[in-house]
Design a protein around this ligand. Structure first.
Ligand code: 13P
Length: 250
């Protein structure tokens, strides 16, 4: 049985005040969350606050990105050990915004996965097709290519110690969610690909869905056989909405 994981990706949102309010709300509602593991991925600069506020609670936290380098002259970068210094458990790698806006290619994302895992973080690997790619009918090809890059870099067993987030780019921040069937099809494809390498990894690895998941559509999506949680953007910024998604996993 895979334990569902609901993670908030706050992206570049929030302030010290708004984050305090958000986390107070999430903490107050966690008693109702039965099935899901819960995490939030915060902007780097707020991680000390987040760590202080979530210490000793059931909510884990993480970063949204990391450097492939350990230390040194890399202005503006943050290393895996720095994330660990603030007790991060997770780190998102290969989010589509990093891939498209900051030019992160498959090879770099695979390297980030490797570095994060080696340091002791649990990488959340984002994959997914653009609208153009979906319309061309190459969704599976794109997801397979993005996955293969990581499998080639770290091997299937190591991939199995992370989390995958299938995030169709056309569904991110658009209010246009993939239908449960559309999402399930791709999740099943991903699991099938994992199974070709290792059945145990395929059975155990959690695959989140991400892309306009909200309190209204979470239950249907999470009910699908191969959807093991969600990576939530906009709806993770309000405690009530985020908690509704967390309890939808029950
Ligand atoms: P939205 O939930 O805002 O569509 O964002 C999804 C996402 O990109 C999570 O990483």
């Amino acid at each position: 049985m895979r334990k569902p994981i609901i993670a908030g990706n706050w992206k570049m949102n929030g302030s010290r005040d708004s984050i305090k309010t958000l986390l107070d709300g999430i903490k107050a509602g966690m008693g109702d969350v039965k099935a899901a593991e819960v995490a939030v991925c915060a902007p780097y600069i707020y991680l000390p606050d987040v760590a202080d506020q979530l210490k000793g609670t059931a909510v884990a936290w993480g970063g949204q990105n990391l450097s492939t380098e350990e230390k040194g002259a890399f202005t503006g970068e943050i290393s895996a050990s720095m994330l660990l210094d603030f007790s991060c458990k997770y780190v998102i790698v290969g989010h589509s915004e990093r891939r498209t806006l900051y030019g992160e290619d498959d090879a770099l994302v695979a390297k980030k996965f490797a570095v994060a895992h080696k340091a002791g973080l649990t990488p959340i690997l984002c994959i997914g097709e653009t609208l153009e790619e979906r319309e061309k009918g190459i969704t599976e090809e794109v997801c397979a290519r993005q996955l293969k890059a990581v499998i080639d870099e770290v091997g299937i067993k190591t991939l199995g110690e992370g989390v995958i987030a299938y995030e169709p780019v056309w569904a991110i921040g658009t209010g246009k969610t993939a239908s449960p069937e559309q999402a399930q099809d791709v999740h099943a494809f991903i699991r099938g690909m994992l199974a070709e390498h290792d059945q145990g990894v395929a059975d155990g690895l959690r695959i989140q869905y991400g892309g306009s998941m909200n309190a209204g559509n979470a239950k249907e999506l999470l009910a699908m056989a191969d959807i093991d949680g969600g990576l939530i953007g906009g709806a993770s910024l309000k405690a009530e909405d985020f908690l509704a998604i967390c309890t939808a996993a029950d």
